[in-house]
Write a protein that binds this ligand. Structure first.
Ligand code: FAD
Length: 303
């Protein structure tokens, strides 16, 4: 069995692997797609000490760093069940194989919910964005829309309003769902317009975004806003469906973790975007993966 088996090969999983391997313990990483969300990222400019890089390049560097150590990397492996047992935890893979480990670190990440309108897929990274912390500065002085009026959408609109020329917040419902304090802040900003009861119908543009269209749900009228960027903020979904009923999840489906990355199951740790740790970023996921590996190591030497 592995001493530490990591499920997921994004920044959190890679950092956990490096930290575990450096303790000289038997370490494995099983992941569907080594690199994780970073593979879908164009520019990365906020991993401190790396002024700028590209997602695929960063993903390759993660893998190279892990391969530098004696780590058993199992690629293209999707986990489908976690089975805690006496002393050993079992991870069942969709391939039919099953892996056993004294400790498991779950780092299966998350995915942005898509709005699924024409133009979204085609213009991804060409004006369609999901992460204001990552891509906000690219729209300095430009006009953007934020789709979604929950907490993340309203936070994004407030954040972006400080950087871009103008923000249009588009909400499907008749009212925003964000906390009152955020709504108050949003309405105090001079360069923000809020459109409610609006169903986004398309994101337009040929090789970059030039606007969006929406249906006014009260009148049925089709309307258009000209802009250079669209931030889709209708939810980040953790990849934890396969863990339901085994580890404690929050109401958003995030794995509930303690200060050392421990979950509700002894010997099972978690890190990164799939957990309740706030702010989903590469540097945070990586730090969190390192912490969970040290948490797992501490658990091993005590049991
Ligand atoms: P992920 O990167 O999501 O990795 C999850 C890993 O788990 C993957 O290897 C996946 O294949 C695997 N996996 C999932 N389910 C299973 C399963 N059942 N079995 C086995 N393996 C599984 N952050 C920044 O800091 N700066 C940026 O500029 C930036 N830009 C971004 C741009 C885009 C388009 C996106 C989508 C995200 C961006 N982010 C950025 C966010 C950042 O990518 C994430 O916060 C970070 O990748 C989270 O790392 P993670 O290891 O927790 O999860």
């Amino acid at each position: 069995p592995f001493d530490v088996l990591i499920v997921g090969g994004g920044p959190a999983g890679a950092a956990a692997a490096v930290y575990a391997a450096r303790k000289g313990i038997r370490t494995g990483v099983a992941s569907e797609r080594f690199g994780g969300q970073v593979l879908d990222t164009l520019g990365i400019e906020n991993f401190v000490s790396v002024k700028e890089t590209e997602g695929p390049k960063f993903a390759l560097a993660l893998e190279e760093h892990v391969r530098h150590y004696d780590v058993d990397i199992m690629n293209l492996q999707r986990a489908k069940a976690l089975k805690p047992g006496a002393g050993l935890v079992e991870v069942e893979l969709e391939s039919g194989a099953s892996l056993k480990a004294k400790t498991v670190i779950l780092t299966t990440g998350a995915r942005w919910r898509n709005i699924n309108v024409p133009g979204e897929k085609e213009l991804k990274n060409k004006g369609v964005a999901y992460c204001p912390h990552c891509d906000g500065p690219l729209y300095k002085g430009k006009r953007v829309a934020v789709i979604g009026g929950g907490n993340s959408g309203v936070e994004a609109a407030i954040d972006l309003a400080g950087i871009v020329a103008h923000v249009t917040l588009v909400e499907f419902d008749t009212k925003l769902r964000a906390d009152a304090v955020l709504q108050k802040k949003l309405h105090s900003l001079a360069n923000v317009a809020v459109i409610v009861n609006a169903q986004t119908t398309a994101i337009t543009g040929t090789d970059k975004v030039d606007g969006l269209t929406y249906k006014d749900r009260a009148t049925g009228e089709e309307k258009r806003v000209d802009l250079e960027g669209v931030f889709v903020q209708i939810g980040l979904v953790p990849n934890t469906e396969w863990l339901k009923g085994t580890v404690e999840l929050s109401k958003h489906g995030e794995i509930v973790v303690g200060p050392r990355g421990e979950t509700s199951v002894p010997g099972v740790f978690a890190a990164g975007d799939c957990t309740t740790v706030p702010f989903k970023q590469i540097i945070i996921a990586a730090g969190d993966g390192a912490k969970a590996a040290l948490g797992a190591f501490d658990y091993l030497i005590r049991s």
